[in-house]
Design a protein around this ligand. Structure first.
Ligand code: ZN
Length: 245
């Protein structure tokens, strides 16, 4: 079975379509959260994700947009985008966001937006120490898929070893998953990468070969910036698409 991982789409339909084109042929899709927020196409992205029958968990922006989380947790630009997105969505879409689960458990993996160490508080995993707290909550699962930080990277834990390895993958790459080791895979962000590479990020998990490939996909970000300008979204959010930061 092959799974296409698409996280932190953030209402960027152009990036999403580019990624889906690249992932054509995978058996199933998984989204570790934040379908909306920041970008100009929230309704279109929700509809496209629904068409994929995609396993989706709740992201912090999804939660804020549908009124489940106080926007005061966010910086002013994010808050403005959250309010714009709330206005742009209809009741049915807001309801669909409100019923997304915080975690999803399958046979071979578990999915959460931030970390299993308090999923409802959306903590970030940006260091081996933060990854270790998530590993502690993984139970029997060997693989955890996360998003949230918009950074493509993989954390590896060996049994009986305190330290956790952090493997940055800003240019993409493939990793074979070894039996007995445990992994946290951040597939990066489709719609607003922040690891210095402006290309959309996604991943493929092959559950038979036990391998993960992070894939970076160029897309027409100036077209997205134009739509964001016309929508009146904050300038900083428009500029950062160009730098992937
Ligand atoms: Zn996000």
């Amino acid at each position: 079975m092959t799974y296409g991982l698409v996280s932190d789409i953030h209402a960027n339909l152009t990036a999403l379509e580019a990624v889906l084109d690249r992932l054509r042929g995978v058996d199933r899709f998984v989204c570790p959260g934040d379908v909306v927020g920041y970008g100009p196409d929230p309704a279109e992205c929700l509809s496209r994700v629904r068409s994929l029958d995609c396993v989706t968990v709740l992201g912090n922006h999804d939660a804020a947009v549908c009124g489940m989380m106080n926007p005061s947790w966010f910086n002013p630009d994010a808050r403005e985008a959250i309010s714009w997105t709330h206005q742009a969505l209809g009741e049915a879409d807001l309801h669909a966001l409100s019923i997304l689960p915080l975690t999803h458990e399958a046979n071979q993996f578990v999915v959460v937006h931030g970390s299993l160490a308090g999923p409802e508080e959306f903590p970030y995993i940006l260091s081996p120490g933060e990854a270790r707290r998530c590993f502690e909550e993984m139970g029997d699962h060997g693989v955890c898929f996360v998003g949230h930080s918009h950074v493509s990277e993989i954390y590896v834990q060996q049994p009986g070893v305190f330290g956790v390895d952090q493997i940055g993958m800003p240019s993409g790459g493939k990793l074979d998953l070894r039996p007995g080791l445990r992994y946290i895979v951040n597939c990066g962000s489709v719609g607003q990468p922040r690891d210095g590479n402006p290309d959309a990020s996604c991943a493929v998990f092959d559950s038979e070969a036990m391998a993960v490939e992070i894939i970076r996909v160029p897309y027409d970000f100036p077209a997205v910036q134009d739509r964001m300008r016309r929508a009146g979204l904050p300038q900083f959010l428009i500029d950062r698409l160009e730098f992937g930061a």
